[in-house]
Design a binder for this molecule. Sequence first.
Ligand code: PEP
Length: 256
Amino acid sequence: MSRKLLVAGNWKMHGSLAFVREMMSGLSSQLPAQINYDVAVFPVYIHLHEVITSKSTHVACGAQNLSEYDDGAVTGEVSAKMLADLGCDMVLVGHSERRVRNNENNEEVAKKFAQALKFGLTPILCVGESSVERQNGTTQTVVWQQIKAVLDLVGITKLAEGVIAYEPVWAIGTGETASANQAQEVHQFIRSQLALNDDTIARRIRILYGGSCKGSNAYELFSMPDVDGGLIGGASLTAEDFMAICQQADRLSQGV
Ligand code: PEP
C-alpha cells in the first residue's frame, strides 16, 4: 500500500510575524503547484492566523498543542474547536518537549488526540524514547505504551485518522540523527503491533520520523519502507533548509 509522504515543520517557539511572512512567501514561491506529497507547518498559536491566511492551498497548518477540554475555565489553553474554527488542519500531540517540561502523561496525550479528532483536526501523535531508555533496551516498551494509551481510548480506526511521529528524544535538536535502520526498526515495530489489531489499517497509517532530520539525510530516512516522511524542527526554520527536505520527498514521490 502506498502512503503519501508528509513533511511537517515544527517551528516550536521561534519566529515573529516577519519570520512567518518570509517563510510563507518562500514556501509559496518555491513549492511547485502540484506535488505528490503533503507539507504542513506548525507555528505558535499567535501566528496561526497569519499562516492560514497566507499559505498556498496545498500547505496544511497545525498547532503545536491543544487542550484536552472542550471549553471552560482553563486559563491559557486553546481548544480543538477554536483551532478548527480558525482554519487549522492539524495539531501536534505529545511532543517530547511537552511530555518532559509540562509533565504530559500518556492518558492526557490520548485525551488530546481524541479532542483533535472530535473537531476534525488531524493529530500527529509524537512518541519516542529517551537515551537512557534506549540504553536500557526499553525503546519498544516505551513507544508502545505511548501509542497504546491512545489506541485504548479511541480504537484502531480512529487512531489511523491521525499520524504517528516517532521522535527519539536523544535525536531531537541534538544533531544526532537516528540511522535509517534504527528508524526503520522502530517504525516496523509500531506497524507490526498495530497490525495485530487490524492489518489493513496498520498498512495505511503514516509514521513520520523526527529528530535532526535535514536535507542531507532525509532521502535515506524517507526511503525506508515504514518511514512516511518527517517531523522537522531546526531544519524547518528557513525556507531553504525546509525546501531541501521537501525536494527529497519530491524525488521519492516521483520514484527517483
Ligand atoms: C522536533 O522537535 O519535533 C524535531 C524533530 O526537532 P529537530 O528536527 O530540531 O531535531
